[in-house]
Design a protein around this ligand. Structure first.
Ligand SMILES: *[C@@H]1O[C@H](CO)[C@@H](O)[C@H](O)[C@H]1NC(C)=O
Ligand SMILES: *[C@@H]1O[C@H](CO)[C@@H](O)[C@H](O)[C@H]1NC(C)=O
Ligand SMILES: *[C@@H]1O[C@H](CO)[C@@H](O)[C@H](O)[C@H]1NC(C)=O
Ligand SMILES: *[C@@H]1O[C@H](CO)[C@@H](O)[C@H](O)[C@H]1NC(C)=O
Ligand SMILES: *[C@@H]1O[C@H](CO)[C@@H](O)[C@H](O)[C@H]1NC(C)=O
Length: 448
């Protein structure tokens, strides 16, 4: 949102006007406005409450204090939408065949429990959800799409605990060799109706550093396929140079629910702006690149001593309890533009402040990101404080109200069983718009 910058300017204008407004004998001018102000306020509030009532008939969501939100309304367990009458009609009768690969490609990795819970675990979650869902077909000849379940993020480095993804290309390539030698479907379409998950920093480029990722590119054999990836930018980029769907990073719905259950009942948010994560004071020059393009360093430098900012550089397992106490949650880029903080903020009712130029966000047709988040340009990060103050004084409550729409929270979380409107469901909806790739459908008109 380029206008944030403009708004800070407007803000000056606003203050000037206010001063002007109050000068003469200290009495405010424009008595009409002042006299009728409480009526206007009364009317707006009544209208708002009435609208809320009609909308979801949920008492209490309209807490007046902008920084207060009643969490009990978003308990995920009670949040299953009523099934639309014709779920399959909505998905255009989509059918997905899930390859059954030897366990070394997927389930073996699950012996490490972390494998199904860390931020790249959508590869596991989507697979699990598809196995149990009605779109799954056991008959590959009637499938529109073919899901290739290979878990590449589960090889955790013993040194730093991060996933080692060096083996990804080889593992995927051997899986593709296997399916193309045993069944005819890969060769039939040259992979174009096959679906992979690449939930890494730079998607199917399988490297965390952008320059290396670009140099390596997407493996040749995956270039025709559909890639479900957390990485996405609005400009041309080698690592999204294949048909793709931007998906949210994996955040465990159970963890979110447990945080919400444990959070204070009154939903008070006593932290103004929150960030916990790597923030290097002197970022290293890694072949000409600096972590977070030095944005996080700048945040630390500028706001490290600002009491409104709660900035922490060390890991803390209970950080979700801090998000649920915060009004604004900073989501600056790391090596890649996307961040799990985006999902956690939305799920825990903290307004995400996205600082990652050009980022393409997940499920943009369902989640209206501009209504629930703020975007700050990387170069404007030093003005962050003023921008957040401005929003807190103007439209914060509107953003928080939008943010508390359960539909959005559901769309960003992967459940073990597909729930209507959850993240896997959104993937299926996105796939159902790519049915021109389906062999079954393209064959149809030619049928004698
Ligand atoms: C896991 O990663 C390590 C380090 O990158 C690598 O040496 C090892 O071969 C990988 N394991 C498998 C099973 O691919
Ligand atoms: C299949 O797709 C790959 C990757 O785009 C391409 O290099 C190859 O030429 C294609 N093969 C055929 C037979 O179309
Ligand atoms: C929050 O909502 C619950 C359930 O609707 C209600 O029982 C509770 O009193 C509410 N708390 C506040 C502080 O509004
Ligand atoms: C970072 O390192 C590269 C060489 O790897 C060098 O060309 C560049 O000038 C360095 N940049 C800074 C800001 O130090
Ligand atoms: C809130 O205000 C900011 C700053 O003016 C603006 O960028 C943003 O789009 C507004 N958001 C909503 C939902 O009104």
């Amino acid at each position: 949102m380029a206008d944030l910058h403009r708004s800070t300017k407007n803000r000056k204008g606003f203050y000037v006007k206010m001063k002007f407004f109050r000068t003469k004998n200290g009495k405010p001018e424009n008595p009409f406005f002042v006299r009728y102000f409480k009526w206007i306020l009364w009317f707006s509030l009544s209208f708002y409450f009435f609208a809320m009532f009609l909308n979801n008939h949920e008492p209490g969501t309209s807490s007046l204090k902008t920084t207060m939100i009643n969490h009990s309304h978003c308990a995920l367990s009670e949040s299953v939408l009523r099934e639309p009458k014709d779920v399959h009609g909505l998905l255009n009768d989509l059918k997905v065949y899930v390859y059954e690969l030897p366990s070394k490609y997927n389930s073996d990795w699950l012996s490490n429990e972390r494998c199904s819970n860390h931020l790249f675990a959508s590869e596991v979650a989507i697979h699990r959800a598809l196995l149990k869902n009605d779109v799954r077909t056991f008959d590959p000849s009637e499938a529109d799409f073919f899901f290739v379940p290979v878990y590449v993020s589960c090889n955790f480095s013993t040194v730093n605990g991060f996933p080692a993804i060096g083996h990804s290309r080889a593992l995927l390539s051997s899986a593709v060799e296997l399916i193309s030698s045993e069944l005819p479907f890969w060769k039939r379409s040259n992979g174009s109706d096959h679906v992979f998950v690449a939930s890494h920093d730079y998607g199917a480029c399988f490297h965390a550093m952008e320059d290396r990722a670009i140099a390596d590119g997407i493996p040749e054999f995956m270039k025709n396929s559909i890639i479900l990836q957390t990485f996405g930018v609005k400009y041309r980029h080698t690592c999204q140079n294949a048909e793709n769907i931007v998906i949210p990073p994996y955040i465990s719905p159970k963890a979110v629910q447990s945080t919400l259950t444990k959070s204070p009942i009154d939903g008070r948010r006593d932290i103004f702006a929150f960030f916990r994560g790597k923030m290097e004071v002197h970022p290293k020059n890694v072949s000409g690149r600096f972590y977070s393009k030095r944005v996080r360093t700048e945040i630390h430098r500028k706001y490290g001593n600002d009491r409104r900012f709660y900035l922490k550089r060390h890991r803390f397992a209970g950080y979700q309890s801090e998000i649920v106490r915060s009004v604004f949650c900073l989501c600056p880029l790391g090596w890649a533009p996307w961040s799990p903080r985006l999902v956690e903020s939305v799920a825990l009712g903290c307004v995400p402040v996205i600082i990652a130029d050009g980022i393409r966000l997940p499920f943009e047709s369902t989640v209206s990101w501009s209504d629930i988040s703020l975007t700050v340009r990387e170069k404007d990060v030093a003005k962050l404080g003023g921008m957040l103050d401005y929003v807190a004084a103007t439209n914060l409550s509107a953003i928080q109200r939008n943010l508390w729409d359960r539909k959005l929270q559901r769309a960003l979380l992967f459940h073990d069983d597909v729930e209507t409107g959850d993240a896997t469901w959104e993937v299926l909806v996105a796939l159902s718009t790519k049915l021109s790739r389906s062999h079954r459908r393209s064959r149809f008109p030619a049928n004698e």
